[in-house]
Write a protein that binds this ligand. Structure first.
Ligand code: ADP
Ligand code: MG
Length: 232
């Protein structure tokens, strides 16, 4: 069954045509990377899928239900994590649930611990490193009930080692919670390592140039092991 269906989405800003007739879908539990050069319209497409921008035409469906232009339908992690500086880590995590009306403090605390952030529940964002803030931002999306997570270049600002650490963590969360993931990146290596399938966008106006199923795809647990071995 398709978790997400993007159907003939086009978007122009004035006479700047950014997206042309973009269509693809994501199955339940699948990890899909959306790859394209900078400026090709990845974040624009992302905001449309996240419901915070309207397409000029086309539709977005989640679990076969149309959600085009409806914010809050899918949990959305923007390119730079925007934690609220005046809220504690726990309250930042709970914010994701407040939006969807499913507050569960016990689960939030458990996820904070799983992310290696035990003891930081009552800290404020400025007390955490970049990688830690990124993990808080993830937890917020992981706890949302929709089962689809959108990540827009989440690791692009991190150094290589922190990045690998975060990739490992993301894979283990994916394994554990069986989410579908749409991961936007311009890093080909990262897409090859993480995903089940890669969707490549052509340069502006972007449309789907190619869908690439990774032929030598490793099982999830092997991907986790590989990054663990490298980090040791
Ligand atoms: P990417 O994420 O692939 O780097 P973006 O989606 O950020 O690309 O940008 C694609 C194009 O869309 C750029 O030409 C950018 O100027 C334009 N664009 C994005 N958002 C807006 C906006 N809110 N208003 C006008 N133009 C925009
Ligand atoms: Mg972008």
């Amino acid at each position: 069954m398709s978790k997400l269906e993007v159907n003939a989405v086009s978007k122009s800003f004035g006479d700047n045509e950014v997206l042309r007739d973009v269509s693809f879908s994501i199955s339940d539990g699948e990890f899909v990377s959306l790859l394209g050069p900078s400026g090709s319209g990845k974040s624009t497409l992302f905001r449309i899928i996240g419901g915070i921008a309207q397409p000029s035409s086309g539709t977005v469906k989640l679990d076969s239900k149309e959600i085009t232009g409806k914010p809050g339908s899918i949990s959305y992690t923007p390119q730079s994590p925007s934690l609220m500086p005046w809220r504690t880590i726990l309250n930042n995590v709970l914010l994701g649930q407040e939006i969807t009306g499913s507050r569960d403090e016990h689960k939030a605390l458990e996820m904070i611990e799983r992310a290696g952030l035990k003891g930081y529940e009552n800290s404020y964002p400025h007390e955490l490193s970049g990688g830690m803030k990124q993990r808080v931002s993830f937890i917020r999306s992981m706890l949302s009930p929709q089962g689809l997570i959108l990540l827009d270049e989440p690791f692009s600002a991190l150094d290589e080692f922190t990045r690998l650490d975060m990739q490992k963590w993301l894979l283990s969360i994916w394994e554990l919670y069986q989410r579908s993931i749409l991961f936007v990146t311009h890093n080909i290596e990262e897409a090859l390592f993480l995903s089940d399938r890669i969707i490549i966008l052509s340069a502006k106006p972007a449309s789907v140039k190619k869908e690439f199923i990774i032929p030598f795809k490793r099982p999830r647990d092997e991907r986790i092991l590989l990054s663990e071995e490298f980090l040791q």
